[in-house]
Design a protein around this ligand. Structure first.
Ligand SMILES: Cc1cc2nc3c(=O)[nH]c(=O)nc-3n(C[C@H](O)[C@H](O)[C@H](O)COP(=O)(O)O)c2cc1C
Length: 457
């Protein structure tokens, strides 16, 4: 499988040419692209959009690459409903990366004084944002102790021609690797890559031990070694076919105010670790595609995180329950707070077990709904139908108060100590004595397909 964004865009086009939209009319980096994407989102449209005429820039902007689940599934060659299960399986089929000598990003090289971030079409997304932000910059770095590589998305505020503010607030590997480096009195070398294949984006979400690299998990997703190439000014390798790379370091001993920023729960977030990224070099392919991810509550911001969470919950459930069908962390709950589980119940009480298993996997979950296997968890209308017709609240709802939650401004409903209540809902029907569901004749369902074209389907 090709590992670059351009080949992936061609695949999306081949599958459905209407899914890739080139806009030639001039568009502003300030608010216009993100507002347009959010307007399309309201209409439930998620085109992979390429803006070729960006005001004041000669570099195209590509956005919405990761927005619909179907597109992520295409990247991995799986059915959308199997995406989470396949993701969590493949990231453990680790394949070590290989270093290649040539990388297209070496076509244009700017070092030292030549570095100028203002030449990149870095967008300002929403009026609440503190300024222009890199939102699709995947930050690559190495553990100063073990040498394990990491890759993760972090918001980065444009602060100067060679300076970005960066927030490591999810306090995962990059935060820890930087802490270790700072403790040794050293800045942490890092490279930001933009314009990458979705498998690299998804692989960066893998939760794996801190002494193991994420590149090998990305290899697992590709089913082949990730091809990496050496940077120019830092001792790192990065995905070889990235459109743009920005080399530099997260500076030890420096903090500067960063934010606010429109976060994925649709609230302005003032929380930040206030780190500083100093740029040493910028390299990019000829006619590079500058990738952006619309922040706030856009599908693109949420879906790749949801897939990782669904995979983790699915794995935990399958360890103790025999007939789990699927798990969905819907966008309506920011891919984070709610989880729908479908299962074939063979003993009363199994839905309760599923509820508490899911809560134990992720402290951010606030509501878990368990439905029978005939309900499609990816169709929220069906989930609500099951709740409407199979649930009696006095029997099927369990509430756990004062649990640890996400807190902060991301869930403004949590209390001042970031505590939240959890609600488990058993919307499965009893094992016997329940009304039969209306079914269609499958034979006739097939036969009437011949009329669908007349209805534009
Ligand atoms: C679009 C997007 C934006 C994100 N922004 C941030 C961020 O600004 N800061 C942060 O700490 N984590 C952020 N995250 C979560 C991290 O990218 C994720 O936890 C990642 O696994 C961390 O990588 P690391 O383990 O190398 O630290 C974001 C995730 C996505 C998908």
């Amino acid at each position: 499988m090709e590992q670059d964004l351009r080949s992936f865009i061609e695949r999306v086009k081949q599958q459905n040419p209407l899914e890739v939209v080139h806009i030639q009319e001039e568009i502003d980096t300030k608010y216009e692209i993100s507002t347009l994407i959010m307007e399309l989102e309201k209409a439930r449209r998620y085109p992979l959009a390429i803006f070729d005429n960006v005001k004041g820039h000669d570099i195209s902007v590509v956005t919405n690459v990761l927005a619909p689940r179907e597109r992520l599934a295409l990247a991995m060659d799986v059915h959308p409903n199997d995406l989470a299960a396949e993701f969590s399986h493949r990231i453990n089929q680790r394949i070590e990366p290989v270093e290649v000598a040539d990388a297209p990003f070496r076509e244009n090289v700017f070092v030292g004084e030549e570095v100028d971030l203002y030449k990149l079409p870095i967008l300002t997304h929403f009026p609440i944002d503190a300024g222009p932000y890199l939102t699709a910059g995947l930050v690559i770095a190495k553990d100063p102790v073990t040498g394990a590589d990491t890759a993760g998305y972090h918001r980065m505020q444009l602060k100067g021609k060679d300076k970005l503010g960066i927030s490591l607030h999810s306090r995962q590997r990059l935060w820890e690797y930087f802490r270790r480096s700072e403790e040794m009195g050293k800045s942490l070398e890092a490279t930001i890559v933009l314009g990458i294949h979705p498998n690299i984006s998804m692989g960066s979400m893998a939760l794996i031990p801190y002494d193991q690299g994420k590149f090998a998990a990305m290899g697992g997703l590709f089913g082949a070694p990730l091809e990496v190439a050496r940077c120019k000014t830092v001792d790192l390798t990065v995905p070889a076919y990235a459109e743009i790379i920005i080399e530099g370091e997260i500076v030890a001993g420096e903090r500067e105010s960063e934010g606010p920023f429109a976060e994925f729960t649709n609230y302005a977030c003032y929380r930040s670790t206030e780190n500083v990224f100093k740029v040493k070099a910028i390299q990019y392919r000829n006619k590079p595609l500058f990738q952006d991810i619309t922040p706030a509550m856009s599908s693109e911001h949420i879906t790749i995180v949801a897939v990782q969470r669904e995979g983790d919950v699915l794995n935990a459930l399958k360890r103790t329950l025999p007939n789990i069908k699927n798990v969905h962390a819907p966008i309506s709950a920011c891919g984070l707070f709610h989880c729908y589980i479908s299962m074939k119940k063979i003993a009363e009480g199994q839905a309760q077990q599923a509820i508490f298993t899911a809560f134990s996997v992720d402290h951010n979950l606030k509501m878990v709904v368990v439905v029978d296997e005939d309900v499609d968890v990816f169709d929220e209308r069906q989930v609500l139908w099951a709740m409407a017709t199979r649930l009696q609240a006095d029997k099927g709802v369990t509430i756990v108060p004062q649990h640890m939650g996400m807190g902060c401004t991301l869930d403004p409903s949590s209390d001042e100590l970031s505590r939240t209540a959890k609600m488990g809902i058993d919307a499965t029907k009893p094992l016997s004595g329940f009304a039969p569901t209306v079914e269609m004749s499958s034979e006739v369902q097939q036969k009437v397909q011949r009329f669908m074209g007349s209805f534009g389907l």
